[in-house]
Design a protein around this ligand. Sequence first.
Ligand code: KIV
Ligand code: NA
Length: 275
Amino acid sequence: KKKMTISDFKKFKQEGKKFSFVTAYDYTTASIVNDSEVEIILVGDSLGMIMLGYKGTESVTMDDMVHHIRPVVKGAPDTWIIGDMPFGSYNVSDEEAVRNANRLIKETNCDCIKLEGGIEMLSRIQAIAKAGINVMGHIGLTPQTASALGGFKVQGGTPESAKKLIEDAIALEKAGCFAIVLECVPSVVGKAVTEAVSVPILGIGAGLHVDCQVLVTQDMLGMYGDFKPKFVKQYAQLRKVMVDALNEFHQETLDGQFPTPEYCFNKEVDIPKLY
Ligand code: KIV
Ligand code: NA
């Protein structure tokens, strides 16, 4: 496959060409995604739960993000890579947001950054875009501030909150976002937000009418055991495949069936008699 360019995002939307994106947090997973047709990888701060076992994303640091984005960039050279800005890296000032966005780009060589929030984040987005960095927005359910939204719940479920999401998307496009993630909203809201802007809407739990579908890789491959949101379709049951394989190895170890000669170094050596 050929790596997407920044101009492809608007072009794909104009042409009505759908595309897809998933997460990765490590070299091996990134290289697997790179072998697929999926165009985009997000190194999301969801790594807090999926890789680090936290309850939420709030504790994820800039160092964590750099540590995980680097190997993904190495493993997926033909895939557009998004580096997620973690909680606390852009809520102090425009200057600090630019400094942290610079750091993600300089230290990892990812293709863009993503940050959460609507109209309240406009000056941050403008400042980062003005610094020459591609900025992706993220509205709807914003996990970093989910507790303020009343937990992990569907957003935009009333006419007023749907209006706010449409206004947010229009404002984010104006401020310089080249694409916007829209998370966990009714399908009709996904459709309205998608029609309201000329940049692509990347939907996760946002229905069929968005420009691009997003899922967390460990969710869609059935690897993550703890929790499955309604919008996750499991395209494989890798957790079961992996546990079964581990048990087979364990049993063959107990039974002396592994390793057979095929997996041994079979060169004959005269062993000196020392015992
Ligand atoms: O961190 C993440 O995985 C995300 C996606 C849910 C869009 O932000
Ligand atoms: Na995220």
